[in-house]
Design a binder for this molecule. Structure first.
Ligand SMILES: Cc1cc2nc3c(=O)[nH]c(=O)nc-3n(C[C@H](O)[C@H](O)[C@H](O)COP(=O)(O)OP(=O)(O)OC[C@H]3O[C@@H](n4cnc5c(N)ncnc54)[C@H](O)[C@@H]3O)c2cc1C
Length: 389
């Protein structure tokens, strides 16, 4: 009989990985998390916005990782008119380098071991079965054996591919993003701003997420096809020069977001994918922190159950539970994203005008969404499915 070092190895200590580790350890599994970077939570490649409802199911909101508490969002149309609805339930702009660190502490408190500067470069195999990982830990090569591998290695996941899963995100579904953290600017601390239109982000949106009164994450996402014509970073520079010419640029990042349906395969043998590695991002918003944590939680729970029962076939439950909880919604959001991606400037202007005609108390996300539907009746069927099912 094989001797294993761990029940579960989690590759990657982003929000999905540490949440998977936390729930696997809480379920009684012996868990190791391997993170290639020197520090958990750094570098940050994220706009850092989350809803209160999403985050509070995992961790009590704490000022030490909250840069701003937001209560409203503003949609700015291409013609400059804007509407400022309330954000139901509110939300936060995080300090992810502290937030991710706190999530790792929760995993450690549940009993997981976390090692940084630990790069996983391959899977271990015996008789065709994955039996662990090969890692470079603080420059030393080590083979570590485990019953289950959870791949939480982000958008550029390689672990899934090594296990034989096709994790390629189709180019049409990949958003090319660029973001700067700007300081010395005037922002409303409790408002998330979204700009639309061909001039700022054709087929996508530009965000200004406040981090206090004078600092914000300013970024945008474009489909890769659009970005081929003009890059996300060029759109961003042009916007910043127009809107915040005197800003100090504190950080500058680029990255991809898989705005796709969940990867067709997220379980293969004893390897499962969670978070961006599994394409668990909300395809409309591009937000993947909370949905990745939900994927991680379900993955960790199912992994612990499989360890307890000794039946690795039980891991297939993860796919079922993910789709029942969120995957089915993402399928529908994906269709909505494709419809929104086709909106032209006139449609955005019309939606904003219709929203402004609503009584103030009806200017909610739902009210504006209904205005959008009025402009794009083909979306109605897809949206109806979200609420009816
Ligand atoms: C510009 C931008 C803005 C965004 N804004 C938002 C936002 O406002 N709100 C939101 O909800 N989402 C946002 N997202 C998406 C969000 O950042 C991701 O969905 C989220 O970080 C996914 O979490 P994860 O744990 O799956 O992956 P990640 O956070 O990417 O973590 C993966 C981890 O795996 C590690 N790793 C990778 N390969 C290996 C290896 N071989 N060995 C060991 N470790 C490895 C990496 O170092 C990393 O720490 C944004 C993304 C981008 C690019």
């Amino acid at each position: 009989m094989s001797v294993y070092d761990y029940d579960v190895i989690v590759v990657g200590a982003g929000p999905a990985g540490t949440t998977a580790a936390r729930y696997a350890a809480a379920g009684g599994a012996k868990v190791l998390v391997l993170e290639k970077d020197r520090d958990v939570g750094y570098p940050v490649r994220c706009g850092e916005a989350v809803s209160h409802e999403g985050v509070a199911q995992f961790i009590a909101p704490d000022p030490k990782w909250i840069a701003s508490t937001v209560t409203k969002f503003r949609l700015v149309a291409p013609n400059g008119s804007s509407v400022l609805p309330k954000l139901d339930g509110g939300g936060y702009v995080l300090e992810r380098r502290i937030f991710d660190y706190e999530l790792a502490k929760l995993a450690a408190n549940a009993g997981a071991e976390v090692i940084t500067k630990a790069y996983v470069y391959d899977l271990l195999r015996e008789n065709g079965t994955v039996t662990g990982v090969r890692a470079l830990i603080k420059d030393q090569k080590r083979d570590i054996r485990a019953k289950i591998i959870i791949a939480a290695d982000g958008v550029e996941s390689r672990v899934g591919k090594w296990a034989g899963m096709d994790t390629t995100c189709h180019i049409r579904d990949m958003e090319s993003c660029a973001q700067m953290t700007l300081s010395g600017i005037d922002v409303e601390e409790d408002v998330l701003d979204f700009y639309f239109g061909d001039n700022v982000s054709p087929g996508g949106y530009l965000w200004v997420f406040p981090k206090g009164k004078d600092t914000a994450n300013v970024g945008l996402g474009l489909s890769v096809d659009q970005a081929k014509k003009k890059s996300a970073i060029r759109y961003l520079h042009e916007f910043v020069e127009r809107k915040y010419p005197k800003a100090a640029m504190l950080t500058h990042i680029a990255g991809g977001v898989p705005c796709a349906k969940t990867n067709p395969e997220i379980v293969k043998g004893n390897v499962i994918l969670v978070g961006d590695a599994a394409h668990q991002v909300n395809p409309v918003s591009g937000g993947g922190i909370i949905s990745g944590m939900i994927g991680g939680m379900i993955g960790g729970q199912v992994a612990a159950e499989a360890v307890q029962s000794g039946d690795m076939k039980h891991l297939r439950e993860y796919d079922k539970r993910w789709h029942k909880r969120l995957g089915w919604r993402h399928d529908i959001f994906y269709n909505i994203r494709n419809a929104i991606g086709g909106f032209d400037d006139r449609t955005y202007n019309n939606i904003c005008d219709s929203a402004l005609k609503l009584p103030v108390e009806k200017r909610t996300l739902g009210g504006i969404f209904r205005a959008a539907l009025w402009n794009q009746p083909s979306m109605i069927l897809d949206v109806a499915k979200v609420f009816v099912a």
